[in-house]
Ligand binder design. Structure first.
Ligand code: ADP
Ligand code: MG
Length: 225
């Protein structure tokens, strides 16, 4: 992890928002699962990526200034054929415009509960870790709990239990119970990562999709400074 961070800061001394692949490698050092994805630069390479990932896939616009991808029509989920991927890429490029310099073809995660796990580094107080309700409505319905690391597994469990949305994880209204332990493991791991790598200025996994079989992050924003 240190090597990844130091190499990146040597190339970008001002720091930067990491690309998905670099962020994924860093998270992998801490055992955090992110959805498998391939970076592409046009409709043809997007279709080739499908051969590696299988169907269905998700297509996401990438570009230096693109942050809230779904706000600009830069996310298409559940694409079920190579033709759909090609068509979706063309439409997306037209909609998003020159801000889109490429795309990510990503494995589609099964449906589950969308949560957010994040962290910020405060100049004087050090790292602060957050878990909360995720997905597109998360900014409207703010439901989050915070702790200073290190965070034990039991503490992560308490952070999650404090949330208003906690019942969603435990089989709310006939939905299956999901793997809250896997979510807690993500919180613990993000606590360690933020504690050990102070160069990470901010980090958001939004959403982490929690299913009965585990938890996988499908969107990562990580800034080094
Ligand atoms: P952004 O936050 O930039 O708008 P996201 O990558 O978070 O874009 O995607 C927006 C929404 O699309 C997610 O909240 C989720 O509902 C859905 N989504 C994104 N990627 C996947 C995926 N790999 N599998 C399933 N659903 C996904
Ligand atoms: Mg997101």
């Amino acid at each position: 992890a240190r090597e990844i961070v130091e190499t990146d800061l040597a190339e970008h001394p001002q720091g930067r928002w990491l690309d998905y692949a670099t962020a994924a490698r860093l998270l992998d050092c801490y055992g955090i699962r992110v959805a498998e994805a391939i970076s592409v630069d046009g409709p043809d390479s997007a279709c080739e990526a499908v051969a590696w990932l299988g169907l269905p896939v998700v297509l996401k616009a990438t570009g230096p200034g693109l942050v809230h991808k779904s706000d600009v029509g830069g996310v298409r989920v559940d694409l079920r054929s190579v033709d759909e991927v090609r068509q979706a890429y063309r439409e997306m490029a037209e909609r998003v415009g020159p801000a889109m310099t490429g795309a990510l073809v990503q494995r589609m995660a099964p449906g589950g509960v969308e949560m957010i796990v994040g962290g910020v580094a405060h100049e004087t107080f050090g790292a602060l870790i957050m878990v909360g309700m995720g997905g597109v409505a998360a900014e409207l319905l703010v439901d989050r709990s915070f702790r200073v690391p290190p965070i034990s597994r039991a503490e992560a469990g308490r952070m999650i239990a404090e949330l208003h949305c906690a019942p969603l994880l435990h089989g709310y209204r006939g939905n299956p119970e999901v793997d809250a332990e896997a979510l807690a493991a993500h919180v613990v791991a993000i606590g360690r990562l933020m504690d050990e790598i102070p160069e990470i200025a901010e980090l958001d996994l939004n959403p982490v999709i929690v299913t009965p079989g585990g938890a996988v992050a499908v969107d990562v924003r990580m800034r080094l400074a």
